[in-house]
Design a protein around this ligand. Structure first.
Ligand SMILES: [Fe+2]
Length: 355
């Protein structure tokens, strides 16, 4: 089930509506100035050839008017789409609600919630005040667990640490646990500045986020496994996958979904929560988004059954690298934990009443 909520960006929407109204007025004015195709009476009843010339002239005028009207219509539609993709959709958060069946889930955790927040990209290119506003709204949902799946910042300089400090004041915390992993952007330039990653981890830890770097941590019988980022310098999933317990209830956090195709899983079955792709940020309906930073283009967004007992979920990100989104709204995901009742079985065939 998907429930959509709107997180107010009233100032931007007011601007959009005002511009839309002005454009509509402009178009109406143009329409009034350019009347529809109609018979134009001849000013005088003159010679037949003169009448023909007048008609030709008028036909030319009507064609020019139609062309202008079409051009203005297209231009207006393009402008509105651009305005929407730049000013509205990047800040229009969707709360996606999903069921999450977990093997070996302790009974007392059934019905508890896991909130996934990913790719905040705090920095100069994403208005982090919008992130603060979104996190404050998410706090109202009072989740039991919160997981952050990397890319807290878009690193350019130490300024991002100050901005992160400001956002951390509004971080959503889980009643039972708050867990985080790092993304490639948390490793600074070239995804290789380990000092940047350490500073971010320090801040997250002080805020109460348990950062898992190829590690695992159990909370009331639910075990979270966290990989460090695939593109950065500390990707060592074998460290944790060598000794995880399959008989426990496990949820795995991994920033980059391409890791699903690597030989690192040691028989893991269950949910993998990822981010990284931002869903491509722009998507033409029925087509794969043109900009996806993954090798496996199937790992764009949403729930993907990997066919071997693993279920991947790719969150579409809360922040953005560039302020543009179309048909890929920013997302916060809220999973409700359920006991695993086995794989879905096909409906039994109806009995033939004659046999
Ligand atoms: Fe990202």
């Amino acid at each position: 089930m998907t429930i959509k909520i709107y997180i107010p960006t009233s100032r931007k929407i007011t601007i959009a509506i005002t511009i839309y109204k002005e454009m509509t007025n402009d178009m109406t004015t143009s329409k009034e100035q350019l009347p529809d195709d109609q018979e134009v009476p001849s000013p005088t009843v003159g010679h037949g050839q003169e009448k023909e010339k007048e008609k030709e002239k008028e036909k030319g005028k009507v064609n020019r008017r139609l062309f202008l009207k079409g051009f203005l219509g297209l231009f207006g539609a393009g402008l509105m789409t651009g305005l929407y993709a730049y000013k509205i959709e990047p800040f229009w958060v969707e709360l996606v609600k999903k069921q999450m069946a977990v093997k070996h889930l302790p009974d007392h955790l059934a019905g508890k919630t896991v909130m996934q927040i990913s790719d905040l990209h705090i920095g100069d290119r994403c208005d982090y005040h919008y992130i603060i506003e979104a996190l404050q709204e998410a706090q109202k949902l009072n989740p039991d667990f919160v997981v952050y799946t990397g890319d807290y910042v878009s690193w350019e300089s130490d300024r991002q640490l100050e901005q992160l400090d400001e956002v951390l004041k509004s971080f959503v915390k889980g009643k039972i646990g708050t867990i985080g992993i790092l993304g490639n952007h948390d490793y600074g330039r070239g995804w290789s500045q380990t000092d940047v990653a350490e500073k971010i981890v320090d801040r997250l830890t002080q805020c109460g986020v348990d950062v898992l770097r190829n590690e695992q941590k159990e909370y009331e019988g639910l075990n979270f496994i966290g990989f460090d980022d695939y593109w950065a310098t500390n990707f060592r999933p074998e460290k944790v996958m060598a000794n995880y317990d399959k008989s426990k209830a496990n949820i795995l956090l991994c920033h980059n979904p391409d890791v699903c195709d690597l030989e690192v899983w040691n028989g893991y079955e269950g949910w993998i929560l990822s981010g990284h792709t931002h869903g491509g940020q722009c998507k033409i309906p029925f087509l794969t988004p043109p900009m996806l930073p993954v090798k496996n283009k199937k790992y764009s967004s949403g729930e993907i059954d990997l066919g071997d007992g693993r279920t991947l979920y790719v969150n579409r990100a809360l922040g953005h690298l560039r302020q543009i989104r179309f048909n890929v709204r920013p997302e916060i995901t809220l999973f409700e934990l359920q006991a695993f009742a086995g794989p879905h079985l096909a409906e039994p065939a109806l009995k033939d009443p004659l046999n």
